[in-house]
Design a protein around this ligand. Structure first.
Ligand SMILES: [Zn+2]
Length: 384
């Protein structure tokens, strides 16, 4: 039975990847009518699933349904709140210094430069004394608008990181879905709650802001105020830390458009000041917190169709997928699993390259060739 399932799955992969349908069916034929029927059913489903979305369909439904990235060179297309990306890689569920939270959302995907940066931050923060990162949403496999939450996070260059330190153990799948983060800010005063903010939090944000590719870090206004009131010495990095609604249990890192993405739309540069002036004072007036007069008005991401997104996003949506998430998962120090040699090489040290997008091996940036990892076996997908 297992073998039958494997064969079936393999056939479905072959069909989905466009190899000879006839050959596949011929293999399935001898005396396996039931199997053939099943193969045809799966082929039909695959065909349905790969039909281009009509311009009227909501983009969030189309992008939200994608389980795997677009197999192509890494490229961000459009703007943070209106775009998509190809060549995405996944952050592994666990690293030495991080754990992915809310895995059922399948939002641990990003541009390779973003994923490399998170890995680097996790190492640097650990060296600074932070116990490890709890990783929130990055992007959907192909980006695009999301079914829930976030206006941005669409081009693989945004990531949310919890302000709760990683516990000293591996969280169970259930805990990752259900554990609550610590709310750092009092909802009435919009100030950081007494005793919750520590110098380690400041150090973590300073570390994140230290990377040249990080253009902005979004935090709650209360957290920005805390930094404005307490950071001594070098305050130049405060320029990147911007107050925004929410962001009271996590901070949001945004990196700039990366090389190889000519259609990525850059955001405005931040003002050169530390931002601890009137712009911050505004957040402590009543104006930003007035109740929404029209709470039922649909959000932009709820209305966006494919026609509203850059044209290339249709190609991203229609592009083939890699054989599995594992094939495009970024493992340690810049080496995706597809590039890791067989475990036999125990005596030689594991391959390492300096982290950072520039040092990524080509295989992490462009999954153009199907990685030679044999026939993938069916595995439970996150969220099922
Ligand atoms: Zn965010």
């Amino acid at each position: 039975m297992i073998d039958t399932l494997r064969g079936l799955w393999y056939d479905a992969v072959q069909i989905a990847e466009g190899s000879s349908l006839g050959k596949t069916l011929a293999r399935a034929l001898p005396g396996k009518t039931l199997l053939l029927t099943a193969v045809l059913a799966i082929a039909g489903l695959a065909a349905l699933a790969t039909q281009p979305g009509s311009a009227e369909q909501r983009a969030k439904d189309l992008f939200g349904a994608k389980k795997l990235p677009a197999l192509a060179a890494a490229q961000s297309i459009g703007f943070y709140s209106k775009g998509c990306f190809s060549g995405g890689v996944a952050l592994p569920m666990d690293g030495r210094h991080w754990e992915v939270m809310r895995p059922s959302r399948n939002r641990r995907w990003g541009h390779p430069a973003m994923i490399a940066l998170i890995e680097k931050l996790s190492r640097d923060a650990a060296a600074d004394g932070w116990p490890g990162l709890l990783i929130g949403d990055i992007s959907q496999p192909r980006g695009g608008p999301m079914l829930t939450g976030h206006a941005s996070h669409q081009i693989g260059l945004d990531a949310d990181i919890w302000l709760t330190p990683m516990p000293d153990r591996k969280l169970s799948a259930e805990e990752r879905e259900n554990i609550s983060a610590t709310l750092m800010v009092d909802e009435k005063t919009h100030l950081v709650k007494d005793g919750l903010w520590t110098p380690m939090h400041t150090r973590l944000l300073k570390r994140a802001a230290s990377y040249p590719e990080v253009e902005r870090i979004l935090v709650n206004p209360g957290i920005k105020k805390k930094l404005c009131d307490t950071v001594k010495g070098d305050r130049s990095w405060l320029r990147k830390v911007r107050p925004f609604w929410g962001h009271d249990y996590h901070f949001h890192i945004r990196i700039g458009c990366q090389a190889g993405s000519p259609d990525c739309k850059a955001q405005e540069a931040t003002a050169p000041s530390d931002g601890c002036d009137q712009a911050l004072a505004w957040w402590f007036t009543e104006e930003p917190w007035r109740p929404n007069k029209n709470p039922d008005k649909p959000k932009a991401r709820d209305l966006m169709t494919m026609a509203n997104l850059p044209r290339q996003c249709q190609f991203v949506l229609d592009a083939p997928a890699p054989p599995s998430a594992e094939a495009v998962t970024y493992y340690g120090d810049g080496v995706p699993i597809a590039a890791v040699p067989a475990p036999a090489a125990e005596s030689s040290p594991p391959p390492t390259v300096a982290a950072g997008a520039a040092a990524l091996p080509a295989s992490a940036n462009a999954f153009v060739a199907t990685p030679e990892i044999g026939i993938p076996l069916p595995r439970p997908r996150p969220g099922h």
